[in-house]
Design a protein around this ligand. Structure first.
Ligand SMILES: NC(=O)c1ccc[n+]([C@@H]2O[C@H](COP(=O)([O-])OP(=O)(O)OC[C@H]3O[C@@H](n4cnc5c(N)ncnc54)[C@H](OP(=O)(O)O)[C@@H]3O)[C@@H](O)[C@H]2O)c1
Length: 407
């Protein structure tokens, strides 16, 4: 029986997608890429198809399909070419794929993720926005289908890795929404993002170019801005709540500028376990792909003496208001995290288009969450999640047009 794992990669042209494909190229006996999906980057997608020869390829931008077809006309055998949301969902549920890497950015990943779960695929979860917006929908769907959610976000991978050493049944280590036995506290490390050394008052002068320069990680633009506002860490708090079943009082954020410790867990006996490594997303991705195995790699080994020191400090809530907004939305639960997430996606998009100021991002999110309170629902279904997601995006646009913000 072949031990090669068949993988479908959603968002193959992004930072997560390209790193997943690098791993597959380095370890061809372990992983075979059977399906790919991208948004609209035809040049890179064409190269990837020629290199990995998947059985199916989907392009979210359906209008570009004829162009892709023309570019791949000489390939034999020809991959099945699909387009639009349905095409991406088909790649997510591709019959020969055993595991799906979710590298689409934002809530656009929700329907493909649901398609993968309904098809019983295991998931390497990078697309955190999906779980945050739709935790109450995704978790029961996982239980019904038996799909396993393997964290690929570096912090959640670190927690997951630390928990492998605790004496629990294996099933519980893959739990979703159920308290993890013996786990007392989660400590999520945060680099502090692009502005960690800036005074809070200096943030008035932030430009887009400043915000998209991450000190430690190379990632897509949206998550890099989320790191600068610390919304990324706030979203990860909600992600940790859903993945490991912890209450919000037991999930803490600590600033760790070197990004060497990727997160820590405190166990019932007060012992604290940490996972360390260079800031390199390939490692959590590889572990999500290979779990429960550990595969040998030739990658650069950690050198603590060269690093010299590891620093920690409490995050400054005044400088990073998005963090408290995320905790509040997570605590309220139901539809509120979906509204928080959609408002953030929309506000970050406006910021990247230079239509609002960096400091308007938390203002817009807060106003949008406030206005959702009267329509809040504690147990949304998928339709309601999609509805409040659309409402929040529209609300952010309206607030911006009413010049509620400074930009
Ligand atoms: N990058 C990291 O190191 C990192 C770490 C932890 C977690 N994550 C999470 O992983 C996810 C991806 O992040 P990223 O940094 O890889 O983002 P990215 O570099 O911006 O890539 C996003 C990918 O999604 C595709 N895409 C965009 N809109 C789409 C749509 N409407 N439908 C289908 N595909 C669409 C893009 O296609 P085109 O480019 O072809 O248009 C691209 O392939 C995010 O949820 C992020 O929070 C990322």
């Amino acid at each position: 029986m072949s031990t090669t794992k068949s993988v479908s990669v959603l968002g193959s042209t992004g930072s997560i997608g390209t790193q997943t494909l690098q791993i597959a190229a380095e370890l061809p006996e372990q992983f075979r890429v059977v399906a790919l999906s991208a948004g609209r980057n035809l040049d890179l997608l064409e190269q990837q198809v020629r290199q990995h020869r998947p059985q199916a390829v989907a392009l979210a931008a359906a209008e570009l399909l004829p162009n892709l077809r023309q570019r791949l006309n000489d390939l034999r055998p020809r991959p099945e070419l699909l387009a639009g949301a349905e095409g991406v969902a088909a790649v997510a549920a591709w019959p020969t794929a055993q595991l799906v890497v979710t590298g689409i950015v934002g809530c656009a990943g929700l329907l493909p993720t649901m398609a993968a779960i309904e098809a019983g695929k295991d998931l390497a979860l990078a697309n955190k926005e999906t779980l945050i917006a739709a935790g109450p929908v995704v978790l029961p769907a996982l239980q019904r289908s038996g799909s396993r959610l393997l964290p690929a976000d570096s912090e959640h991978s670190a927690i997951f890795q630390c928990l492998q050493g605790t004496p629990q049944p294996r099933k519980a280590q893959l739990s979703t929404g159920v308290p993890t036995p013996g786990l007392r506290r989660i400590l999520l490390t945060a680099s502090g993002g692009a502005f960690r050394s800036w005074e809070a008052d200096a943030l008035q002068k932030v430009t887009v170019a400043d915000a998209v320069k991450h000190p430690n990680w190379s990632m897509g633009r949206k998550i890099t801005v989320d790191s600068a506002t610390l919304m990324n860490k706030g979203l990860e708090v909600i992600e940790a709540h859903y993945l490991f079943g912890m209450g919000f009082d037991d999930i803490e954020i600590v600033i760790h500028p070197q990004s060497i410790i990727h997160s820590l867990v405190e166990l019932a006996d007060s012992s604290v376990l940490a996972q360390l490594g260079w800031p390199d997303m390939r490692l959590p991705l590889l572990y999500a792909l290979s779990w429960p195995k550990r595969l040998p790699t030739p990658w650069r080994r950690l050198d603590l003496a060269a690093i010299g020191r590891l620093d920690f400090q409490a995050p400054d809530a005044r400088k990073y208001p998005c963090m408290d907004l995320a905790y509040a939305a997570g605590r309220q639960g139901g539809t509120m995290p979906a509204v928080l997430n959609a408002a953030n996606e929309q506000a970050v998009a406006l910021f990247l288009e230079e239509r609002i100021h960096f400091l308007d991002i938390p203002r817009l999110i807060e106003r949008t969450c406030d206005q959702h309170r009267r329509d809040w629902h504690g147990a949304p279904d998928l339709d309601l999640v999609l509805k409040v997601d659309g409402w929040a995006r529209q609300k952010v646009g309206e607030l911006q047009a009413q010049a509620v913000v400074t930009g």
